[in-house]
Design a protein around this ligand. Sequence first.
Ligand SMILES: Nc1nc2c(c(=O)[nH]1)N[C@H]1C(S)=C(S)[C@@H](COP(=O)(O)O)O[C@H]1N2
Ligand SMILES: [Mo]
Length: 390
Amino acid sequence: MASLTSPVVADESTILPEELPSGTKEILRFVNLPEKHRMLELSIRPPNYEAPVDVFTEPVTPNDRFFVRYHLDSVPSVDDVDAWTLNIGGDAVARPTHLKMTDLLDMPSVEVLSICQCAGNRRGLAQPHVAGLQWGEGSMGAALWRGPTLAQVLQRCGLQGNAVEVWAKGADSPTHPGVPPYQKSIPADKALDPDTIVAIFMNGAPLPLLNGYPARLVVPGWVGTYWMKHVTHIEASTKPLANFWMSGAYRVPNGLFPTAHPFPSQATKDSSPVTDLLVNSLIADPLEGHEADRSGFTIRGIAWDRGSGINRVEVSLDGGHSWRDCLLDRPLGPYAYRQFSLQTGLLKPGLYRLMSRATSLSGETQASGLKRNAGGYNNNVPRATPVIVT
Ligand SMILES: Nc1nc2c(c(=O)[nH]1)N[C@H]1C(S)=C(S)[C@@H](COP(=O)(O)O)O[C@H]1N2
Ligand SMILES: [Mo]
């Protein structure tokens, strides 16, 4: 991979969030990759790239600006899609089956406009810092995904009523002995949700390799860890999946975050898997450090949640002391970003600390303070974007 990247000169207007660890700010650079344009490089092996904040002035993320997250060093190459096979089995299906790409293409398909967001998005902004990839605000994106529903795929193999979880494994493999392969599970009810799909198209095109070509799970409303890329094995099981990726990672203390859709077969006395996206928002324009004149400017951004919808977005110009209601654009779907805007009007010269705060239709509002947890997950605290008015 490394030899294929070409550095891009960061334009002066792009300022990285000041909260990021200084070591991260020093090494972060913009790169172009095959099928990816001007992404921030967090690591090369495994490949981890986030989108700069200006990407989110649009509610649908172009494929070449969509973030990339891998846990394991080797990204599978898929040279011949006709040779690719999706194996479906497990002790809760009657007829284990192999599906080829032509089989998936022949099945009725559905489209879902959905955000994929890493549970660790904004981890790098936590003070004090938390171990893990130091993500800023761009380990997320929204795309129009298309493919057969996972329910249809399972029913084709004679899914039985006693399934508790659906397990999925991708074609990427660990290069170090002792690192467990990336396999995840979701509860049967989420697997059978009509919006959970085996996506073979992303924004009308085949998936970019780094986003899971030729097929991936799309699990709307849930954090990215379950969205298995390069999926090759799906098992409907009467038992909970027990491995490091379920029991050791992507877990949060019970009760710390609001959870509309829990994962009971994976819960312990103390912790549960991180599931639902929390209500959140982001100012995409103006960017950090922008200089404006006193005639004012328009603040534009996006808000989102787990699928209940956005009810209200407020913006503060003074670091959270006072708040004003924003205009909301029309909703593009329950799992999509909702755009908001606010015209500041005339301003006095000085430093302005812009913040946004969203409230969902289910009545949840962004947290006022960081809820610390070992993985640094679910950071939805409004953050200040400094802007200077001269
Ligand atoms: N095969 C495979 N699928 C995977 C992962 C991975 O490491 N390998 N990472 C997961 C995580 S943690 C996230 S956040 C999303 C990111 O999807 P993207 O890389 O398409 O943005 O993919 C998920 N699916
Ligand atoms: Mo993730």
